[in-house]
Design a protein. Structure first.
Length: 255
């Protein structure tokens, strides 16, 4: 296969849906062999089927990124399947609705809701980087992109837990970029605005018009519009890019 990821081996978490699925497909289109990871093997396998139908190579893996043993296994199985790990997209994530009632301000939010959010969105990214970087050090380099959010750069009412997790992702991305720059490992994050995925469907059903007044392009982004940037950031085309927070938000942050 030709493409900007030709010959590369990749891992994507949250690859069964939304941004992760679109990026797994784009990675494969650009020539990568892709390990698609999600909570269940059946959900990841649906993405793998799409990749194989398009002529690409992929395997499905199951694991919870909040569990260290699962993450260690995901990375080990990716390497066992493809021999190395060149590109990693740490993208699995949840929204405030997954850990508590919608619409809670900070004083209303439970400790459990805050902890459960950080366990997936922040600790999950940390654990993935920990095991991926160990492999990349052993093989002599690699490239990582973490999924943050515009919520990693600004506050969002009723989302203290989510905002904390995504600000944390931006911070550990910058730190790892500094730590491993001399080891030929680049670490960046992507900061999507409002994107049309199953995660945002319930919010958009309630507040689409109000939220779109904050977006200069007046529309939701598509998962594919994040995927194209992530694939480029993971590729050798982005060889001088590390520690960056790449905003892709239809102008939200600029407004
Ligand atoms: N959709 C948006 O508007 C938007 C904006 C900014 C950032 N993001 C971020 O993008 C990422 C992908 O979100 P999406 O919109 O594609 O949502 P999505 O719900 O379509 O996909 C998320 C995937 O992550 C998986 N996942 C959740 N918890 C997991 C865990 N503990 N271990 C393994 N997999 C797990 C889910 O099963 C799902 O397949 C998330 O990190 C999200 O915070 C989304």
């Amino acid at each position: 296969m030709t493409g900007i990821l030709a010959g590369k081996s990749a891992l994507v978490t949250g690859g069964a849906s939304g941004i992760g699925r679109a990026t797994a497909l784009a990675m494969a289109r650009e020539g990568a062999r892709v390990a698609v990871a999600d909570m269940t093997e059946a959900s990841a396998a649906a993405t793998v089927e799409l990749i194989i139908a398009a002529g690409g190579q992929a395997i499905a893996l199951a694991g919870d990124v909040a569990k260290e043993a699962d993450v260690a296994t995901l990375v080990a199985r990716s390497v066992a399947a493809f021999g190395r790990l060149d590109c990693a997209f740490n993208n699995a994530g949840i929204s405030p609705r997954d850990v508590g009632p919608a619409g809670q301000r900070t004083h209303e939010m439970s400790r459990a809701s805050f902890d459960d959010m950080l366990a997936v969105n922040l600790t999950g990214v940390f654990l993935c980087m920990k095991y991926e970087i160990a492999q990349m050090l052993a093989q002599g380099g690699g490239s990582i992109v973490n999924t943050a959010s515009i919520a990693g750069l600004v506050g969002l009412p009723s989302a203290s837990n989510y905002v904390a997790s995504k600000h944390g992702v931006v911070g550990i991305t910058k730190t790892a970029a500094m730590e491993y720059a001399s080891d030929k490992i680049r670490v960046n994050c992507v900061n999507p605005g409002y994107i049309k995925t199953p995660m945002t469907d319930p919010t958009m059903a309630e507040r689409y018009d109000a939220l779109m007044t904050k977006v200069p392009m007046s529309r939701l982004g598509l998962p594919e519009e994040i995927a194209e940037a992530v694939v480029w950031m993971l590729s050798d085309k982005a060889s001088f890019m590390t520690g960056a927070s790449q905003i892709i938000d239809g102008g939200y942050y600029a407004a």
